[in-house]
Design a protein around this ligand. Sequence first.
Ligand SMILES: Nc1ncnc2c1ncn2[C@@H]1O[C@H](COP(=O)(O)OP(=O)(O)OP(=O)(O)O)[C@@H](O)[C@H]1O
Length: 761
Amino acid sequence: MAAQEADRLVDTVRDREIGVEQEHLDQVYRRLDEKIHEAEFLMKDAHRLGQVGTPGALAERDAQVFRAGVHLNRLNNEYEDFLFGRIDLLNGKDGKKGPDGAYTSIEPADDAVRADHTADIGETLHIGRMGVLDADYTPLVIDWRAPAAAPFYRATPVDPGRVVRRRVIRSKGRRVLGVEDDLMRPELTAALDGAELAVIGDGALMAALGRSRGHTMRDIVSSIQAEQDLVIRAPAASVTYVEGGPGTGKTAVALHRAAYLLYQDRRRYSGGILIVSPTPLLVSYTEGVLPSLGEEGQVAIRALGSLVDGAEATGYDDPATARVKGSARMLKVLRKAARGALEGGGAPQRLRVVAFGRRLELEAEELTRIRHAVLGGTAPVNLLRPRARRLLLDALYAQSGAGSRHNDPELAAELRSSFDEDVTTEDSFTGFLDAWWPELTPRQVLTAMADERRLGRWARRVLNPGEVRRLARSLRRPELSVHDVALLDELNTLLGTPARPRRRRELDPLDQLTGLEELMPVREESRRERAERLAQERTEYAHVIVDEAQDLTPMQWRMVGRRGRTATWTVVGDPAQSSWPLPEEAAEARDEALGTRPRRRFELTVNYRNPAEIAELAARVLALAMPGMTAPRAVRSTGVRPRFTALDGAELGAVVREEARRQLELVDGTVGVVVAMRRREEAAGWLDGLGERVVALGSLEAKGLEYDATVVVSPAEIADESPAGLRVLYVALTRATQQLTVVAGPRDEPDADGVPDLLRD
Ligand SMILES: Nc1ncnc2c1ncn2[C@@H]1O[C@H](COP(=O)(O)OP(=O)(O)OP(=O)(O)O)[C@@H](O)[C@H]1O
């Protein structure tokens, strides 16, 4: 009876608190509606200005349409949780006002807490996705990225500053659904407007972590933790370097940092922010986060296989081939190939022209001499063509004997120029030049490298014969692999692109205002199309964020480095999850890409994804893969232990299907079945017909992703598949948020409980 009474009391307090927040949200939306009307009025007014037609009025119209449109677009966005947080603060010591008009100081005043541990709340701030000021400029909502909002994320019971209560508000559209409170100063009895401060729920973090997962990542804006907030708001100078184990929020933090940087210095980052992601799966998993934070357009998220325009590689090489293609040794091979590809079997062996009425001819030997003289230069091969042309003309002119006819330099120069004109307008000369010094594309050079004999020449003393054979064989396949893309990019630089006269495009004055496309719904552009268009327009960025940085090969670091030569960087990764077998070589390439810029290092230490039961199992593999490395601390425990299943004579596919089906019943969200790369397609067949909630993934594709439940198939196969296999297995075991099943395959040696040898304590 007493318990029921207490429950009812809690419900009453909860309803009252929800009502309080609803009132505030209503006030916010009233204000937003006013702003929407204002923006609409500005748009109409701008239209009228445009009809005046003078250049000044037109320019003003453009600017006004632009501003009003961007504003409208943001206001009209149907946000879930537009307003998501609140902090109740003690009076401050020395209040300094931030850009939102709110105090940024976090130190309580000396007399803020009375001797009997009572205190009054001096200030309440609401935090949301966008700042909203009331008509009298009091802040109704503070943008989560404003300095004043920092205490919402940073305050902890150990270091509470002025914060007494932190509240997360859950709302949908215009309705408040619930509140969750954390007390930062539980020792205090605090009062707000004379009444004791209420505390509801067990905190927002646990509520967020327990939610089931879909196929896209959610923002964590309402529950960013203090150590994560430090990274998100770190000053953008030079390189921000973040390490942390699986599930510590590195990807989430990287995405929120992009939004923070844009907020903090929009002009600087109009140069674009590039987020490099390891796989297209992770790109599509994460690409909704920035729009949910109100940021889109300035940020391009691209997979490593799509960083070069026109290349959209998703396929993987076998580990041994990948190791060759990713190695910095490839640079030497590519340098030789870029130059050697000119001498293909089809290159003409003789040049014949008629000039000044004489037949002139250059033989193979002379042509080879000229080619070598030209290639002695260091410029990119395609940019050496004019020099090749000139040396050919020199040789032909010398043969014609015309040079000795005049002593007068002016006449001699005139004669030479008419000789050149005579020769270069002849089809036999231009045709020869096109065939003898063609403008090479990176694809053509890669194709030339597929010839094992030629590749062997270019790779002499750099690759061994086995590596040459492997590389040539893989390049004979028509489709590009992810690792080929970095080679294409390197070749692009080695070959160079000759300057071409630009075709002038008819410019609409409105085009010049960036961001205007948001206003001009001529054609709906998908998020991916927009990112692609932006990336095509840009080759360099103002800030580069590298996710899963531990996996970049040396050649990929070179490719990414080119896109941020003058950029500031955020690099996030976990050495324990690296699938690249030679970490020192990759570190060297990374340091070259980042240059001598100073670095600020951060470490994330808490695992928000895996329950302790799963993290503990994964830590056993970590101890094998990286002895001495500490696993992050799991923040919650579910009491559900991982499940182990052995084949016991049954077929692997049937057992995996049954386990996946079982998981689908246990969780509401997604199920990921992780297999060795070579079983990818086979595994998709095993799951046929089980529905969209379950997916089959190769071990390398699981990078960065997470599922409510996972089935990890045959740990030994995953571990044996590559030299970095144990680290790849560690990745596979750390993808689940609730349930994990391990199916021992033919190569595992399970004990009586089905636990494979690799996973035993
Ligand atoms: N502060 C937080 N509040 C709520 N959820 C969080 C928080 N931090 C992280 N998460 C959740 O934890 C999960 C792991 O985050 P994320 O994928 O960013 O980790 P990661 O460090 O990149 O992991 P991995 O190295 O395994 O790829 C995600 O579901 C993320 O939403």
